[in-house]
Design a protein around this ligand. Structure first.
Ligand SMILES: Cc1ncc(COP(=O)(O)O)c(C=O)c1O
Length: 405
């Protein structure tokens, strides 16, 4: 007989992650997937990583033991060194925490900052995984629309004010993906970064600068981080997932030492520590100088794939039904559709191609404070995972699905 569980209020509010659920649908043989935000396994540095594993002979006793919740010290120092030029100043180990993916850093931050009903300001569209984590702590969302240059920061102050008027309190956090956003591919323009930093500082609202794609720029110049513009109130998070391999589950966050301490305490109750074996291997991989070489390789590899998908979309999709701009980095094309993305998704799966319907990248109206936004006429297409022939064939299948509408 089924047991009668009395679920927590928090669990009652939980819904399955749409992406994780879609993954089940698209496991069919022959399916071409533009759906997940997955790196290309064809360029995983398997040999270098395997060679690095000989470090376990000398560091094995440490690697196989529990580690500090804050992270494996040599990796923390490695990251401090790598971050200094990006963050505009030296950072101390106390300002860094290693997390099990940056997904966990979001979770740690949410547990430290967010009470049920609190408002998080986010650009729309935004990363569905962040929505999932923020929802789990009962957050509501105030949305700032996004264009090719990222969050329209000229509308940020009015969004904050409107949220304050509705809820009687200021939002608790501003969440933004500054570089080559998931899903929109947009890169926040420098003037907008300065405006965002200024508004956040004026209102005293902390910012989560989520930056897993910052190293994956395929053209143009790097733009300074938000952290370098407003160091006090910005938590900068990044990850080895997109630049090395998501399977290592190693990421990091840099911010105010007191906030980091709170996050470390939250993490103590989650997993005690990030896999030390993984941290030791990643440290060794960086120390041997492999990461910079690999970065150059994947930038070139993904730039070619982005160009291939751009060309395929232009050649095969009906121009009167779609519009998009070319991403200058990251993993995604964000395509505006004439019709509904969910309906197209179902037809696409019938044709043997999958993508992420835009709706998953927006909070629902009932969890939105102020103007909800409509994600239905969008599709996110990931160009990094599929192989070149699949990019062309998948686009043709998408065209067939569009013709059936
Ligand atoms: C914007 C953004 N933030 C965070 C994550 C989570 O990455 P990680 O594998 O480090 O948990 C992703 C993964 O797709 C992402 O796109």
């Amino acid at each position: 007989m089924a047991f009668d569980y009395i679920y927590s209020e928090r669990a009652a509010g939980l819904r399955p992650s749409p992406i994780r659920e879609l993954f089940k649908l698209i496991q069919r043989p022959g399916m071409i997937s533009f759906a997940g935000g997955l790196p290309d396994p064809a360029i995983f540095p398997v040999d270098e990583f395997a060679a690095c594993s000989d470090i376990l002979r000398s560091k094995g006793l440490e690697a196989l033991q529990y580690g500090a919740t804050e992270g494996y010290r040599p990796l923390v120092l490695e990251i401090a060194g790598r971050m200094e030029p990006l963050l505009g100043r030296p950072v101390t180990p106390e300002e860094i925490v290693i997390s099990s993916g940056s997904q966990q850093a979001m979770d740690m931050l949410s547990r430290v900052l967010i009470d049920p009903g609190d408002v998080i300001v986010a650009e729309a569209p935004t990363y569905p995984g962040a929505l999932h984590t923020f929802r789990a702590v009962g957050a509501r969302f105030a949305l700032v629309p996004c264009d090719h240059d990222g969050m329209q920061t000229e509308r940020l102050a009015e969004t904050i004010e409107r949220s304050r008027l509705t809820t009687g309190r200021l939002p608790k956090l501003i969440y933004t993906i500054v570089n080559f956003s998931n899903p929109s591919g947009a890169c926040l323009a420098e003037a907008r970064r300065r405006q965002l930093a200024e508004i956040a500082a004026r209102y005293g609202i902390p910012v989560l600068e989520d930056d897993p794609y910052g190293e994956l720029r395929y053209s143009g110049e790097r733009i300074p981080t938000l952290f370098s513009m407003a160091p006090g109130g910005v938590l900068y998070a990044s990850s080895f997932s997109k630049v090395l391999a998501p399977g290592v589950r190693v990421a990091w966050a840099v911010g105010d030492a007191e906030l980091i301490r709170g996050m470390v305490i939250a993490k103590q109750g989650m997993d005690l520590c990030t896999s030390v074996v993984a941290q030791v291997l990643v440290t060794e991989y960086c120390r041997r100088g492999h990461l910079d070489g690999h970065l150059a390789k994947i930038r070139a590899h993904y730039a070619t794939k982005a160009a291939a998908m751009g060309a395929a979309l232009r050649e095969h999709l009906p121009a009167d039904q779609v519009s998009f701009s070319e991403p200058t980095g990251g993993f995604f094309f964000w395509v505006r559709l004439a019709g509904d993305g969910q309906a197209l998704f179902r037809r696409g799966v019938d044709e043997g191609v999958a993508f992420l319907p835009g709706e998953t990248c927006y909070p629902e109206a009932k969890e939105t404070v102020g103007e909800p936004q409509d994600g239905r006429p969008f599709a996110r297409l990931c160009f990094t995972f599929a192989q070149p022939d699949e990019i062309v064939e998948g686009t043709k299948r998408l065209a067939a699905a569009l013709r059936r509408s």
